[in-house]
Ligand binder design. Structure first.
Ligand SMILES: NC(=O)C1=CN([C@@H]2O[C@H](COP(=O)(O)OP(=O)(O)OC[C@H]3O[C@@H](n4cnc5c(N)ncnc54)[C@H](O)[C@@H]3O)[C@@H](O)[C@H]2O)[C@H](O)CC1
Ligand SMILES: [K+]
Length: 609
């Protein structure tokens, strides 16, 4: 099959598929085992998936070369691993070599995909082997250690002087951090590329443009981590479906622009490992006001936030909750904070009363071991004690409590085991602190590098739902029978990184939980297996609502700052979207109160879309 045929067949796959399928493609990510299960029936039917993959890579490279005004002298380097990912890269290289481009493949393993290698050579491609123990036919081997070192240096120099690097070292078959020559290539070239990137936007092709095949080599495909050296890409051509690394920090930044090549996988029959929170999911979490509603039926949120030291957090969390489509807020805190809350929000009711959700801890200082708890900390501790589960999960009262958002200083007061409608909202530092208190030996850099893994660990250890704040917000499900599906909200522009933004999110999340009180109430576990599904369903609803709050928070910030830029941009669909460069203005600076002022507009946008 040549490039044109393969492209036509790709286009016909795309045409025959409906909007729902395309929507699923750009919203859900599937782990590598699921991807292999989805490709299996197609391979059995004889679909030449590798040829489709290669044709897509070659087509995009040709379009890139054209957009950069590069003629047939453009230098193209393929970094080729020994597996099928290398096969994709070599077939793509062969298609480009046939078009007359000089294409060199740097073999990082001892072998190459047989068929792809032969096709590549027949098409006029050149091979550069780095492993002295290689068994690639016709290639030099058993060179001395000194020669090997020299070869390596020369190959890296060559690659860094090429116009296009096609990274095909590893894809979904990668296991852990890159080892051996692939690891050295990533180390050397990754550092070189980072340095060149720092000095050049690459508008004029002054540095190599890196196209990753399926996934950038060296990243954690299933957990989005960066376990070692990796090749940062400008663009990733991802096959069949998004892998978790496409949506999870920090790996998603290493993917560059993502182009999805649709293989017509049966996505509907498989569970995603992760999902991007989009407008639909966020809109579904906002309760429609009804003609028969009264303030109590719309939901009431109680807040124990702010302190003598940080009274502003009381104002931000309370005003945010009040603007997020509920009937009433109740505020509890020191007199100074009460006065400021009433000044900003005369509608606030001061003192205890019936509520459908709680928000605790925003602006409450962390309690050090030497200090005695102040009144605010004592009331939070007393409230949180009602959510404490014993080791065997029995404590009926905990399940009957309203959902609660545990933020900032309250994280230190969390009981060891709680139900899934306790939602923790730490940032990276707070998560590290929480895990350390639970006995995990970890520092903040490690958490930052593997945020999913550590958010999940906190959820598994405590039973709580965990919303981990960052430029992308990760939500992992709580509860005993929760699904591993992670939700990622990437709607926020960078302008949202400002003091008090977390207090606003806590208030908004509390309000969205209150208006969905019936959906987020876990039942007392009966030990009956047939109830597990119900519990898992509640845990998922809570996680979706947490993701929806993060989305709405990001959308309000985007409206306030007039930014188009986001933490995560939708993947492009190969054969459907244009390669044209997009611009995402960063907008203007904002403060957290500006976000509160735009919550109503953001809700309006969701409900009227
Ligand atoms: N998704 C699809 O439908 C299709 C995917 N295709 C491509 O095939 C790869 C997966 O190929 P596979 O051979 O299973 O694995 P890889 O090529 O990703 O990796 C195996 C290769 O890499 C070496 N290796 C693994 N881990 C390490 C490490 N830590 N350090 C160094 N080297 C490592 C291993 O020894 C092997 O040599 C998929 O991504 C797509 O690109 C097909 O084209 C069909 C359709
Ligand atoms: K790759």
């Amino acid at each position: 099959m040549d490039m044109q045929q393969s492209q036509e067949s790709q286009e016909s796959i795309v045409e025959s598929l409906d909007e729902d399928h395309l929507q699923m493609l750009v919203q859900h990510a599937y782990d590598t085992d699921t991807v292999r299960a989805m490709e299996q029936p197609l391979l059995e039917q004889g679909e030449p998936l590798m040829r489709h993959a290669a044709a897509a890579v070659a087509t995009n490279v040709l379009q890139l070369l054209e957009s950069f005004d590069l003629d047939e002298h453009a230098r193209i380097t393929v970094l080729a691993g020994a597996g099928d990912n290398g096969g994709d890269g070599l077939f793509a290289g062969a298609l480009l070599a046939k078009r007359g481009f000089p294409v060199t493949a740097i073999a990082v393993g001892r072998t190459l995909h047989d068929d792809a290698y032969r096709t590549f050579i027949e098409s006029g491609g050149h091979i550069w082997v780095l492993d002295a123990a290689n068994t690639i036919p016709g290639c030099p081997s058993e060179f001395s250690a000194g020669e090997a070192g020299e070869r390596f240096e020369q190959a890296m120099e060559f690659a860094s002087n090429s116009h296009i690097i096609i990274d095909a070292m590893t894809g979904i078959g990668a296991q852990g951090a890159l080892r051996g020559i692939a690891g050295s290539v990533a180390q050397t070239l990754g550092a070189l590329l980072d340095e060149l990137r720092a000095h050049d936007s690459n508008d004029d092709m002054q540095r190599p443009y890196v196209v990753a095949v399926d996934t950038p080599s060296g990243i954690g495909v299933n957990d989005g981590s960066l376990p070692g050296p990796y090749i940062p890409a400008d663009m990733t051509l991802m096959f069949g479906a998004m892998k978790p690394c496409a949506i999870l920090p920090p790996a998603c930044s290493a993917c560059g622009e993502i182009w999805l090549v649709d293989f017509g996988f049966d996505l509907e029959s498989h569970d995603p490992a992760g999902s991007i929170v989009g407008m639909d999911l966020a809109a579904a979490a906002i309760r429609q006001v009804m003609p028969t509603d009264a303030k109590y039926s719309r939901g009431v949120t109680g807040l124990i936030t702010g302190s003598q030291q940080y009274p502003g957090a009381a104002v931000l969390s309370t005003t945010a909750a009040a603007h997020t489509n509920i009937g009433m807020v109740r505020y509890m805190g020191p007199t100074r904070a009460q006065d400021l809350v009433l000044h900003a929000l005369p509608e606030a009711v001061i003192g205890k009363g019936h509520v459908q959700s709680w928000v605790v801890g925003s602006g409450v200082p962390v309690r050090t071991a030497e200090e005695e708890a102040d009144l605010q900390q004592q009331s939070i501790e007393a409230l949180l004690a009602h959510y404490a589960l014993s080791e065997d999960g029995s404590n009926e009262e905990a399940y009957a409590m309203p959902a609660i958002v545990v933020d900032a200083g309250a994280l230190d007061l969390l009981p060891d085991h709680v139900p899934s409608h306790v939602v923790l909202t730490p940032h990276m530092g707070e998560l590290t602190r929480l895990l350390t208190r639970l006995g995990v030996d970890v520092d903040e850099d490690t958490v930052r590098n593997q945020p999913l893994q550590y958010a999940r660990m906190a959820a598994k250890m405590t039973g709580a739902t965990v919303l981990l704040k960052g430029s992308l917000t990760i939500v992992v499900q709580g509860g005993q029978f929760a699904d591993d599906q992670v939700f990622v909200a990437g709607r926020a522009p960078a302008q949202l990184a400002t003091a008090g933004a977390g207090d606003v999110l806590a208030g908004m999340l509390g309000a969205i939980l209150a208006q969905n009180a019936d959906l987020v109430q876990p039942s007392v576990p009966s030990g009956d297996e047939s109830d597990h599904d119900d519990e898992a369903q509640v845990a998922q609803a809570i996680a979706e609502i947490a993701g929806a709050a993060a989305y709405l928070h990001g959308l309000a910030a985007a409206l306030a700052s007039k930014a188009k830029q986001r933490g995560w941009h939708r993947a492009h669909l190969f054969g459907i979207d244009d390669l044209d460069e997009e611009h995402f203005p960063i907008g203007r600076p904002i403060v957290a109160s500006d976000v509160v002022k735009k919550i109503a507009a953001a809700i309006g946008k969701l409900q009227n879309n």
